[in-house]
Design a binder for this molecule. Sequence first.
Ligand code: IPE
Ligand code: IPE
Ligand code: MG
Length: 242
Amino acid sequence: MMASETDTQSGPQHVAVIMDGNGRWAQARGRPRLFGHHAGAKRVKEIVRACKPLRVKYLTIFAFSTENWKRTQSEVSGLMTLFRQYIRKEANNLKKEGVRVRFIGDRVKLDKKLVALMNELEELTAHNDVVHLTIAINYGGRDEVARATKRLATDVALGTLKPEDVDEETLPKYLDTHVLPDPDLVIRTSGEARISNFLLWQSAYAEYEFIDTLWPDFSDEEFSKIVASFGGRNRRFGAVPA
Ligand code: IPE
Ligand code: IPE
Ligand code: MG
């Protein structure tokens, strides 16, 4: 879907977050990296709650990239355990608060128990509509486009899609994010100004905000300030403003 040019809301409808800096936050305290990830998960809970009053309808967060498998086995398995704990502990709150949860990324490589919990949480919250939270686990923008292309090519081979019908409207229907609007704003914490393979197709016209704060220190106040300042941006989508 295209970004909401006709939307009357001046704030961002869809905010995507590259939550970075958990490891450095922990190291600065002389603690193991996983300590930082736990602090980061706590921030996620709070930021999700901050969305409704800010009229952020869609929040998408980058939790684990297709490249994060390169980390030590203990960090990877610690993160996977943390994802399971987060889902178990938060499921009922999310349901109660009207949060619809979706996961994007390739589930094939993930632990079966985790995938079962992800599926359950998606089903449990399927009728919610207050805030749409999308969590990217084993997600990579290039991997997503490659998987989408594979499915698209299969449809072409089966004859259900004609090559001449493949265009900018068709391709995103095969992406993991097919039901979501494109992000209006992408925030990355921790001072790194790169996108690290996040939402490559979807962020073509997103506004970017790179901030120095480490993710566990990212406050609701800072989030509201960024969301508020978004209204002042002049989004042209390639056109000359009237
Ligand atoms: C972001 O924090 C969370 C994940 C990638 C899982 P990092 O773990 O990348 O923290 P830094 O960048 O090493 O400080
Ligand atoms: C991006 O952070 C991935 C997530 C936030 C899950 P990284 O810390 O993995 O990115 P790089 O390695 O600094 O590019
Ligand atoms: Mg990092």
